[in-house]
Design a protein around this ligand. Structure first.
Ligand code: G1P
Length: 297
């Protein structure tokens, strides 16, 4: 059965965020702001903009700040309303209105596959989209929409892919395109997957980025998945098992703008790239950047 409409998205947000210490002593990495909006809200907005209505956030114990962020704040709203601060009020309400939110705790972070495995009750037999909050897709470019279209046509698994320089494939899940598939085409059929291969042995340079559409069978496959690359339960390994058992797997090759906010340098670049087109500060920031002369000491 080609895919039914996907209404649900799972977002893993339980990492320790060690690359962002000391901030992450107190603030979950996913709430680190891109100018003023947490990366996590931008990813939820991407889902909501593609007809996703229900979002499950997989959080670690003690990350109450994430649930607080997406819950209404009646006192703050009343105070802003009394002051007539309509912009502030809209900003405070926006995250709460994006979707219906649900939370599940991942007690120990044992890998992406382990995190996704916490979504079985939420999925309740339906396909789910998985969005990794470290990957920001520029809102002028489309990835999730085309992936949902491919899912509607073929069902099974649909992956967001980018073509990377060969030496970088070691950082990603890597896919094997079907024979004769045009790696430069937008949609590729996939015959196998491997997590973080050695560049010399990688079967392609097509890397999985943080957008997936997964069928409900993924949960059983995850239960049968043992520790893989890095000693973690890998989502790629569970998808590989389904692929080998006949589940159709397709990828959408993304050539738009993507920002990796999981890396400190790339995070700063993402903030700059989004600041230059910010509706309030963009023009002034662009003018300042043109004059700016970096001095390292
Ligand atoms: C995870 C996945 C990997 C994927 C990547 C995308 O790796 O295991 O297959 O390519 O996300 O960002 P991680 O970045 O968590 O090491």
């Amino acid at each position: 059965m080609p895919g039914n409409r996907v209404r649900k998205a799972l977002i893993p947000a339980a990492g320790r965020g060690t690359r962002f210490l000391p901030l992450t002593k107190a603030v979950p990495k996913e709430l680190a702001p891109i100018v003023t909006t947490p990366a996590l809200e931008l990813v939820v907005a991407e889902a909501a903009g593609n007809e996703i209505t229900d979002v499950l956030l997989v959080v670690s114990p003690g990350k109450a700040a994430i649930a607080e962020y997406f819950a209404p704040s009646p006192d703050l709203e009343a105070a802003l309303e009394a002051k007539g601060d309509t912009d502030g009020l809209a900003a405070v309400r926006r995250p709460t209105e994006l979707a219906a939110f649900d939370y599940v705790e991942q007690k120990d972070p044992r890998g992406l596959g382990h995190a996704v495995g916490h979504g079985e009750d939420f999925a309740a037999g339906e396909a789910v989209a998985v969005l990794l909050p470290d990957d920001l897709i520029d809102d002028r470019d489309a990835l999730l929409g085309p992936m949902l279209d491919v899912h509607a046509e073929h069902g099974g698994i649909v992956l967001g892919l980018i073509d990377v320089p060969r030496q970088d494939i070691r950082k990603y899940g890597c896919v094997v395109p079907a024979e004769g598939a045009d790696p430069h085409g937008d949609v590729v059929a996939i015959t196998d997957l491997v997590e973080k291969p050695d560049p010399d042995e990688a079967p392609s340079t097509l890397a999985i980025i943080g957008r997936y559409i997964l069928p409900p069978e993924i949960f059983e496959a995850l239960r049968g998945t043992t520790e893989g690359s890095g000693g973690e339960i890998q989502l790629t390994d569970a998808m590989r098992a389904l692929c080998r058992a006949g589940t159709p797997v397709h990828g959408v090759v993304f050539r738009g703008r993507r920002y990796d906010t999981g890396d400190r340098l790339e995070y700063v670049k993402a903030v700059v790239q989004l600041a230059v087109r910010h509706p309030d500060i963009g023009a002034d920031f662009r003018a300042w950047l043109r004059e700016y002369e970096p001095q390292a000491d």
